[in-house]
Design a protein around this ligand. Sequence first.
Ligand SMILES: Nc1ncnc2c1ncn2[C@@H]1O[C@H](COP(=O)(O)OP(=O)(O)O)[C@@H](O)[C@H]1O
Ligand SMILES: [Mg+2]
Length: 575
Amino acid sequence: MALFNFQDEEALGSVASVDTTNIVIDVENIEKLVKLQVNHLAVLQSSKPGQHLIGLITQVTRKKLDGYNEAEGEQESDFELNLCRIALIGTLLDRDGEKENIFRRTLESVPEINANCFSLEGEHLTNFMRIISNTAAEGQSLTLGKYTLDDHAIAYLNGNKFFQRHAFIGGSTGSGKSWTTARIIEQMANLKTSNAIVFDLHGEYSPLKGEGIQHYKVAGPGDVEAKKTLDDGVLYLPYWLLSYEALVSMFVDRSDQNAPNQAMIMAREINNAKRNYLEAGGQQDILDNFTVDSPVPFDLSELLDNLNAINIEMVPGSRVPKQGEFFGKLARMIARLENKLSDRRLGFLFQGGDDVLEFNWLEKLSTGVLGSTSENGRGGIKIINFSEVPSDILPLIVSLVARVAFSVQQWTPSTLRHPVALMCDEAHLYIPQRSMADAADDISIDIFERIAKEGRKYGISLVVISQRPSEVNKTMLSQCSNFISMRLTNSDDQNVIKKLLPDSLGGFSDILPTLDTGEALVVGDASLLPSRIRIDQPNNKPDSGTVDFWDEWQDDVPADRLTIAIDNWRKQSIQ
Ligand SMILES: Nc1ncnc2c1ncn2[C@@H]1O[C@H](COP(=O)(O)OP(=O)(O)O)[C@@H](O)[C@H]1O
Ligand SMILES: [Mg+2]
């Protein structure tokens, strides 16, 4: 049965002007006009039978115009201009082949002048939303919550489309991004072989539990001391996995006049060290093809010894030995390297012990962080806690994990590939704009931009989450085709989202600052209609770390807190 059976007398008014997707309605019925609300839906008669056009109300005007009545020779003021502007967003077909009531996001026709326009409300609205929801729902569907317009209708998203072309979740702090992410993660975890890595920068997602979910933590000083391993959920990301560029950015000071020499020697010596490792292990087939960036372990103390030798090398002179070409030129690089090696906070890079130098260690790491539940037996959603990684090298380390994921996907034969999603919380910290970027950031941006552009071919998807859309790399955002935008108060951030929305919906984004906590504007491939959705709460709530100052100041203070803090600070680990 056709969904809409409007009678002409129910009309709000009729079309006064048509400009591609924007329609102006002359509203005759004042009672109806005052009830109209921006962002509500309207239905228009189409020029084709069996079709209705659906639009979003973007503006409602009621204006008394001062007109001059020539006959009476006086000012006349009861002339009213009652208009309603509508952005067309799709077509409802009464039937399409076998199927009844199909909503398409395309405009199959345009309305004619004087066509009737109806407001979509009450039962019509409920039925329409149900249709939208069910069309999107096939198989085990992804649901975020309920439509604000009709809280009986469940808002489904198309899970394939959501991950196919990358998604963005934005909103000011406290607007509900982490809860929304948790809600998505919980549903992913229910799928038999779901596969995702969650970059959890503050350990916020540690309360999330379930069979499909496992937790890792990048080793902090305390974990290194306790010799915790991958089996304890502690992750080492050894230096030899870093790209040559990343190593240079860590150890070579770009402002040093010897920087080019240092970088060159570093490349040569890392190459040698990797070759020695492969030769010792008899890995002939790899020896033929490896590069400085190949994921091959090498002995760092051997590298350091060789650099030291070059730095003090004497060569035969005409009469007496003279200083070698690089004499003294590597001193600062060596000092930096030694400093980092002894930095307790960097134990996850340099103090992984003999295990991480084993040839098959990379496979263990990959099974852990890229395996689905059936492969690692611990859960396909891997939440990695980066809270103990120092902030200056955070971009290097997060992007290292992303690089491992991308490389593994890229080197998997296409018939064996299994898709993986990277959920990037607080993305502005490691995928910033180029203009604000330093060397470490550049390396991270390169990797994430590459995944954004090419990831789809290799079955790797990004979900970028940030409270500062205006600080997140633009190229990244422009590659996203799904937006879950929560409350945004900063106008720079609002503008970024506005620019990403289709032109006809420009006005819709005006609601961004007024959204309630846990409420989102959802636009994109995965939802049939741009919609305002009230997100359901996740079963296990992320730990958003909200401190109730006023209440806490009325409680007792924990004993010895300052002594313990100072002690931890000195030891660089929280006991
Ligand atoms: N869907 C929701 N329904 C109800 N309350 C929510 C919802 N999402 C978030 N909140 C509330 O807002 C707080 C902050 O949410 P959170 O997701 O941590 O914000 P963000 O990650 O954007 O900073 C939560 O502690 C919770 O009280
Ligand atoms: Mg958060």
